[in-house]
Write a protein that binds this ligand. Structure first.
Ligand SMILES: [Ca+2]
Ligand SMILES: [Ca+2]
Length: 206
């Protein structure tokens, strides 16, 4: 049996190498065209407070989390700024916000920012500090929760003195003199709490 008679004339031509090569190229092209490149991942970011502060004890901790985990191959960064609350940056806490303050590295899903609280002597009551994130870079990111409000619990309370003698403050704002009768002491230097030095001075003058 000859080869030509076994495959037939048309089959023999298709299995010829040049025809087969062209057929493979055409098939590969059709497959490539049918499956376009996979779309880039969009990450969803949320800002939260993971620790509120107690003046003199703990600091504020903010955290950004993203889903899914960063697989972009590069860090994803965010800018931040304090945008509200009853606190004053630089007075109630150290302002560390700015450009690229949050960085989520490749294969990670979160980044934290610690904000130091200033332990002042003012009686302020509990205060709030609102942080807002923006301008993500390094990945296609949607910011779902852009702001978070932390609470700072005050550790100061109003001071009050009582004694068996009336005490009057002199004009220098520090010294005191004894008079007679029941006593109430107030500090007239604009402060709302008594410092250790003021208390010592008051006791020494009595
Ligand atoms: Ca304090
Ligand atoms: Ca305070």
């Amino acid at each position: 049996m000859s080869r030509k008679s076994f495959f037939g004339k048309s089959s023999f031509r298709f299995l010829n190498l040049p025809y087969l090569f062209v057929a493979i190229l055409l098939f590969g092209g059709v497959v490539w065209y049918s499956y376009p490149a996979e779309a880039a991942t969009t990450y969803t970011a949320n800002l939260n407070v993971i620790q509120n502060a107690i003046e003199g004890t703990t600091n504020i901790e903010y955290m950004i989390t993203i889903t899914p985990t960063n697989a972009s191959g590069v860090p994803i960064t965010f800018d931040s700024a304090f945008t509200g609350g009853s606190t004053v940056a630089g007075t109630d806490f150290t302002d560390v916000s700015g450009t690229g303050t949050f960085t989520i590295n490749n294969n990670k899903s979160a980044s934290a920012l610690s904000v130091s609280v200033i332990d002042d002597m003012e009686v302020e009551g509990d205060e709030t500090a609102e942080l807002t994130i923006s301008n993500s870079s390094g990945g296609d990111t949607t910011i779902a929760a852009s702001s978070a409000i932390a609470t700072i619990t005050d550790n100061d309370s109003a001071g009050e003195f009582s004694a068996t003698a009336t005490i009057a403050q002199t004009t220098d704002g520090i010294d005191y003199v004894n008079t007679s009768g029941p006593a109430t002491v107030s500090i007239s230097d604009g402060s709302t709490c008594v410092t250790e030095d003021e208390l010592k001075d008051f006791l020494n003058d009595r």
